[in-house]
Design a binder for this molecule. Structure first.
Ligand code: SF4
Length: 346
């Protein structure tokens, strides 16, 4: 059994460990500072923590930092990393530089239970959920960590299916004692699970993105089996209530968006545009259109540029703020689970 990670613990939890090792509570805050502010990779680096306390901590915990095992680089500078986890699995993390902006797409599970038809990870099936430490390690051990401006939970796995650890990781990322990130630079993306959507809205201040991909229930279910458990119409109803509940005191900078992967001939027709505009008309939200990147063995194909722009223009004209996300890392199939699949065959 691997030792639990210190990465992911709060100052109070670290203080409790330090007190149990015979130290004063403030030593726990020193450990937190080493872990998160100074990014210490090992207990030995925590020089103002008494040696006997470090020894005691090492008996029961590991720091939880792990360097990447593999990296692929796209012609456009996007890098896909493979990070090991405490349980001996590996997960993909994608670094996307774009001018002054640098976004990290983190994973929260090894594999995924959601089975989306367009996703290599979905085809792998589910293996494990990441601890908060393993989620945070993807940020802390990234070679480009200092350059990051944004983090998105859009990698492998469904955040609401590992919500406690995702919320814990978000807390460490945004806490003043943690990495001190603004929650407005972090987006958590979900297919929408009944069991966790409300908690995500209530217990976290990060932006929320819902994977929509089709406004029609039967067609969405064919792409995303999660539709059968929690139809997107009910998700929109719930978000109307949940997002509305935070008004009038609502932080207007917190963003609700819907991700819409555009598949050629599948969900890019005028019929889809009309239904999408109607579905979202009640919400203060935006839509991100994402061109589908073809994956091996899938009949789904990329859309034409003209169809994507027509969809964008229709939604915009009907009051739904819509952007088209630039395709990045297409040559390395960024964030689709392929690196993990290939790594298993090495
Ligand atoms: S798209 Fe996301 S939720 Fe769907 S199977 Fe892939 S990782 Fe899971």
């Amino acid at each position: 059994m691997p030792l639990p990670s210190l990465l992911g613990l709060t100052p109070d939890e670290l203080s409790a460990l330090c007190v149990a090792a015979g130290a004063k509570p403030f030593v726990g805050r020193q450990v937190a500072q080493w872990l998160y502010t100074k990014a210490a990779p090992a207990l030995d680096a925590m020089t103002n923590v008494p040696a006997r306390v470090r020894t005691a901590l090492a008996d029961t915990h590991e720091v939880g930092r792990r360097a990447h095992r593999l990296v692929q680089e796209s012609a456009d500078g996007t890098r896909k990393y493979l990070f090991p986890t405490a349980t001996g699995h590996t997960v993909e993390t994608v670094y996307i530089p774009d001018g002054a902006r640098a976004t990290l797409c983190v994973s929260c599970q090894v594999g995924c239970k959601m089975g989306c038809a367009f996703c290599m990870t979905g085809r792998q099936g589910y293996e494990a959920s990441l601890s908060a430490g393993d989620i945070l390690n993807q940020v802390m051990s990234l070679p480009e960590r200092e350059r990051l401006t944004n983090i998105v939970f859009m990698g492998q796995g469904e955040p609401l299916d590992n919500l406690d650890n995702v919320l814990r990781a978000a807390e460490v990322l945004t806490a003043p004692w943690g990495l001190g990130w603004s929650p407005r630079r972090i987006t958590i993306s979900t297919v929408g699970l009944r069991s966790g959507l409300q908690r995500l809205v209530d217990e976290c201040k990060c932006h929320v993105a819902v994977s929509l991909h089709n406004p029609f229930a039967d067609e969405r279910a064919a792409l995303m089996p999660a539709e059968r458990a929690y139809p997107v119409r009910e998700i929109v109803d719930a978000l109307q209530t949940a997002w509305g509940r935070t008004t009038p005191g609502r932080d207007m900078q917190r963003r609700l968006s819907f991700e819409y992967i555009v598949f050629g001939g599948v969900n890019d027709t005028p019929r889809h545009a009309r239904a999408l505009a109607s579905l979202l008309s009640r919400l203060d939200c935006r839509v991100n259109l994402i061109r589908f990147h073809a994956i091996p063995g899938s009949p789904l194909r990329s859309p034409s540029e003209a169809d994507v722009l027509r969809l964008r223009d229709y939604l915009t004209q009907h009051g739904v703020y819509t952007t088209v996300r630039a395709s990045r890392g297409e040559d390395i199939r960024a964030a689709c689970g392929l690196l993990n699949t290939e790594a298993r065959n090495l």
